[in-house]
Design a binder for this molecule. Structure first.
Ligand SMILES: [Zn+2]
Ligand SMILES: [Zn+2]
Length: 281
């Protein structure tokens, strides 16, 4: 049995252009997944679209050009339609446990907007994410661009330091997502990625997360390095949440078999019921 997929996007995430809640549920049932959480993006940070980064034509409607910079302001979730579709899917797929959820970006920078959204949404899975570099006082701090342009080691260090601040300053979440997010855009042609360079920084995030009694996410978009899962166990981590971070139905639970093996080898096991996070063995 595969672990629950606690981080999936549907058409209610602004960047999931080919997302579909219904087809994702269909696929989840077909592959025998016990549970899926639709954690749509709540992005309050604005960011700059860099000319060298490809982005789909459909994003143009969220872009404004300011002093020659293309500034992207992500739209809010259409909460009413999202909740309605969720209910329809629950009726249509009674054997699948379908959880509501949200992926909060930089929640510690936007406490009021975040609190308001959580109050209106009543979400079952609340994920805390960072998608920006740490330079909040600089304009348009989007890490997928800055890691390609700038010094990637400093950028990733800044990201991890900001993750510590997020955990310390914001308590309203359950799971910290993709600690390896900047690695997705690592400029390998310029500088090889060496995880060991970041061991101290990553361990500090994990230690802070463990003392806050939160869960670490095992994101399979790029499979999380097994060493990180081991460090999480050593730093006292109580549980693991599996996440495909799928933006299309076909990607739900992608890489979960291998991820589950890694988590087991690191000392984690399925929770008391199939729908739970994995726990310490
Ligand atoms: Zn994310
Ligand atoms: Zn996501």
């Amino acid at each position: 049995m595969l672990p629950p997929d606690n981080h999936v996007h549907s058409e209610y995430s602004w960047d999931a252009l080919a997302g579909s809640m219904e087809r994702t549920c269909e696929r989840a049932v077909a592959i025998g997944l016990p549970s899926v959480a639709f954690t749509e993006h709540a992005d309050f940070s604005i960011s700059e679209l860099m000319p060298e980064n490809w982005y789909p034509e459909q994003w143009q409607r969220y872009v404004e050009v300011v002093d020659g910079h293309s500034i992207l302001t992500p739209p809010a979730i259409d909460l009413a339609s999202y909740l309605e579709t969720l209910e329809r899917c629950r009726d249509r797929f009674p054997t699948l446990r379908i959880l509501s959820g949200v992926e909060l970006s930089e929640a510690h920078w936007f406490p009021d907007q975040t609190a308001d959204l959580l109050h209106r949404g009543g979400f079952q899975r609340i994920l805390a994410s960072l998608h920006t570099s740490s330079a909040r006082d600089e304009d348009y701090a989007d890490i997928t661009a800055s890691i390609k342009r700038g010094d990637p080691i400093a950028e990733y260090r800044g990201y991890l330091a900001e993750a510590v601040r997020l955990i310390e300053e914001y308590d309203g979440f359950e799971v910290l997502t993709h600690i390896d997010y900047p690695v997705r855009n690592w400029p390998h042609e310029r500088i090889p990625f060496d995880l060991s360079v970041f061991e101290g920084d990553i361990r500090l995030v994990l230690r802070t997360l463990a003392s806050a009694d939160k869960i670490m996410e095992f994101n399979t978009r790029i499979p999380l390095d097994p060493r990180v899962v081991g460090w999480w166990r050593q730093e006292g981590g109580k549980g693991v949440s599996f996440a495909s971070d799928a933006h299309v139905p076909e990607a739900v639970a992608r890489g979960f078999k291998e991820a589950a093996e890694v988590a087991r080898a690191a000392g984690f096991k399925p929770g008391a019921d199939l729908f739970d996070f994995w726990v310490r063995d």
